[in-house]
Ligand binder design. Structure first.
Ligand code: B12
Length: 215
């Protein structure tokens, strides 16, 4: 078993202490932080997803694994973040109403901040009106929403509706993401961009903050 397998294994077994230990060893062995994230932590989380889907894992096991994931990410954070970059733009980010999943959202935040974007994180279960109000009050360029449940995805459409009702749709770029979300859904609800992962989300957000994209 190499050290990345070790991370995945301990993650899906939910042993946070072993995950942090193995992440530190991987760093010391010279693995790039992105590789540790993708091939160690996220691969472990994929296994958790599969076990949950197949009925071998229940919610408590998933919570324990999620804690181990967060513990591993904490160690990687300083390596993923580029320090001292001037703010390139402002994003309001959250998981939509009805959705408590925040691991992916937190990765999106981390990658955006690493690329010099200022991120206002509203957390999880965020009402549509709050996304819109904060974006207006804080003068954000981007509203970014995450959903992991097919039942909560519809809340993204509600945010689009609230933006239109407030007469501010054109002021903001709207980005969406999360496992059940797709480019097709993005088009359907009239959002501006769907990206499949956190790194692509940060790249797209940076592009949106360039003057040619601004209203
Ligand atoms: C961990 C987890 C939980 C944990 C969450 C802990 C936490 N703090 O987040 C807990 C145990 C709380 C949980 C609860 C539930 N869960 Co759950 N959970 C998962 C699991 C296993 C992993 C999700 C995850 O973190 N993935 C890793 C991250 C990194 O991936 P990600 O979120 O997709 O994010 C990436 C991209 O999507 C993208 N991205 C994410 N957000 C954004 C935002 C933007 C703007 C952009 C551009 C990109 C982007 O970038 C990220 C990084 O690259 C998934 C299975 C799976 N394979 O997804 C099920 C899953 C999402 N859960 C599921 C279910 C059913 C539930 C519950 C209803 C279970 C229950 N009976 O109570 C509850 C719902 C709670 C609620 N109201 O939200 C189902 C959803 C089914 C569906 N299609 O609707 C899934 C798919 C499992 C399954 N196969 O059945 N869950």
């Amino acid at each position: 078993m190499n050290i990345l397998d070790d991370i995945s294994y301990n993650l899906y077994k939910g042993v946070a202490k072993n995950v942090t230990h193995a992440v530190q060893i991987a760093i010391d062995e010279g693995y790039p932080a992105e590789e540790i994230l993708q091939k160690g932590l996220l691969r472990g989380m994929d296994i958790v997803g599969r076990l949950f889907q197949e009925g071998d894992y229940y919610v408590p096991e998933v919570i324990v694994a999620a804690r181990a994931m967060n513990a591993g990410v904490e160690i990687l954070k300083p390596l993923l973040q580029k320090q001292g970059i001037a703010s390139m733009g402002k994003v309001v980010l959250g998981a939509v109403k009805g959705d408590l999943h925040d691991i992916g959202k937190n990765l999106v935040k981390l990658m955006m901040e690493s690329n010099g974007l200022e991120v206002i994180d509203l957390g999880t279960d965020v009402p549509a009106e709050q996304f819109v109000q904060v974006a207006i009050n804080e003068n954000c360029q981007i509203i970014a929403m995450s959903a992991l449940l097919t039942t909560s995805m519809g809340a993204m459409k509600e945010v689009m509706k609230q933006l239109h009702l407030a007469g501010v749709r054109e002021r903001f770029k709207v980005m969406i993401g999360g496992a059940p979300v797709s480019a097709r859904y993005c088009e359907q609800i009239g959002a501006d961009a769907y990206t499949p992962d956190a790194a692509a989300a940060a790249n797209r957000a940076l592009k949106f903050c360039k003057p040619e994209y601004m209203p």
